[in-house]
Ligand binder design. Structure first.
Ligand code: ARG
Length: 459
């Protein structure tokens, strides 16, 4: 049997393999709500412009609501023979309302229809990502506020560098996720133009009103070029690119949590709710959620690459290749939302072990820079000389297996005779962080000011 949508020029139906490679209903049924919203807006416009009668428009709009409730309640038989969500919905509408259903497709095509549906779906995901990030930032701010003056080691090359505050470290992630949030906001603005009414590629001779449907669907305006409107998947690529950067941030943070929760670090204790055990080693508490978040960047960035490869080299306008856009975006979106939620839960639940943090903060000669700075300030030494003197003192402490504050004044004087007992004041980690009051520095007062700013920003 030939197809009820285009059967006119066909004598035979498709091979089973043709149907299998062609059908998208297995995944694009996720856009049912968007498809029906787009069709209802289109039908209302066809009625208002007099292209179809008001009675037909009303019958279509009512019928579509019935289809939606059938789909929502799980009472809808999706058909692979009907290929995709657009044709499944329209075929069911025909069963329900008869002849008027055949008038719905006036002045549009599946090409602008699918672009519209997918844009609406991606736009919702951008909003979901923004609120997921918002919640994560809230959890980070609570950690930062509680530990604005807890000291911990700051690292470069994962080697002890200088003491920082726990709050400062948390707020570094707030900045990263804040940029992700603004990237989603930017992308959302750029993509918010309606493809509906671009029709197959050239526009239509019917007197449609694209401004009306754009407004009904919450778009800022209709897309200005009908060829571009049906060929464009930039919005999906931008979603994937921004998601990739966000997932990369999540992955870096997840890596830190994996390291920090180890017995060797003991910086944080993850809650039981966000940990797993081992079937053989009774002592184990594993940071599986963090590990999986760390891994999610792989599939999200993979989706970005895959869709980029699908789109490169496609001549204008629509090609069926573009049907491959959805599974990549669906999978990336599902996993990004899951990763954001899991990270938020972990951060909310985790306990920072301030004693371990503080003990670690003082090891590894972390206040050597403070010592060098003191030599510059108290003895007016050029920084390069101060660096050299401090290096000798570190070598001395290292050879004695002790830390800088454990050296005596005599030890210090043996390296540079002008050093006085005042130097010991700058060797403590609390003094060190309290002194970093430059804008954006790790001093608790700076951190608290940033926490207050961000609380305003996200509320
Ligand atoms: N299922 C198709 C897709 O996802 C809908 C558009 C079909 N358009 C066409 N000209 N065959 O892209």
């Amino acid at each position: 049997t030939s197809n009820q949508m285009w059967g006119g020029r066909f004598a035979a139906g498709p091979d089973a393999i043709m149907e299998a490679i062609n059908a998208s209903i297995g995944f694009d049924q996720r856009m049912a709500a968007q498809d029906i919203a787009g069709s209802r807006a289109h039908a209302a416009m066809l009625g208002q412009t007099g292209i179809i009668t008001d009675n037909d428009a009303d019958a279509i709009r009512e019928g579509l609501l019935t289809v939606l409730s059938e789909i929502d309640s799980g009472n809808f038989a999706f058909s692979t023979a009907l290929e995709d969500i657009h044709m499944n919905v329209e075929a069911r509408l025909k069963d329900l309302v008869g002849e008027p259903a055949g008038r719905l497709h006036t002045g549009r095509s599946r090409n602008d229809q699918v672009a519209t549906d997918f844009k609406l779906w991606v736009r919702d995901q951008m909003d979901a990502a923004i609120s997921g990030i918002n919640a994560l930032i809230g959890a980070l701010l609570a950690q930062a506020e509680a530990g604005a003056d807890w000291v911990m080691p700051g690292f470069t090359h994962l080697q002890t560098a200088q003491p920082v505050t726990w709050g400062h470290h948390m707020m570094a992630y707030v900045e990263m996720f804040g940029r992700d949030m603004s990237r989603f906001e930017d992308a959302r603005k750029r993509m918010n133009e309606s493809p509906l009414g671009a029709a197959a590629l050239a526009g239509t001779s019917f007197p449609i009103d694209r401004h009306m449907t754009a407004e009904a669907l919450g778009f800022d305006r209709p897309a200005a070029n009908s060829l571009d409107a049906v060929s464009d998947r930039d919005f999906a690529l931008e979603f994937l690119a921004v998601s990739s950067i966000c997932a990369m941030h999540l992955s870096r943070f997840a890596e830190e949590l994996v390291i920090w929760s180890s017995a060797q670090f003991r910086f944080v204790t993850l809650s039981d709710r966000f940990s797993t055990g081992s079937s053989i080693m009774p002592q184990k508490k594993n940071p599986d959620a963090a590990e999986l978040i760390r891994a999610k960047i792989g599939r999200i960035f993979g989706a970005n690459t895959a869709l980029m490869m699908v789109m490169k080299g496609l001549p204008l306008a629509y090609s069926k290749d573009m049907q491959e856009d959805k599974e990549q975006v669906f999978d990336a979106a599902d996993n990004l939302m899951l990763a954001l939620a899991a990270m938020q839960g972990m951060v909310k639940d985790m306990t920072a072990n301030c004693d371990s943090l503080e003990a670690a903060a003082g090891s590894g000669f972390s206040t050597a820079t403070d010592l060098a700075d003191w030599l510059v300030r108290a003895l007016n030494m050029p920084f390069r000389d101060a660096h050299h003197v401090t290096g000798s003192l570190v070598a001395m402490a290292e050879s004695r297996n002790c830390d800088l504050p454990d050296l005596s004044l005599e030890d210090m004087k043996s390296v540079h005779e002008a050093i006085t007992a005042d130097v010991f004041e700058v060797l403590g980690v609390h003094n060190s962080v309290a002194s970093r009051t430059s804008y954006g520095g790790t001093a608790p007062e700076q951190v608290k000011a940033q926490v207050a700013l961000w609380k305003d920003r996200i509320s």
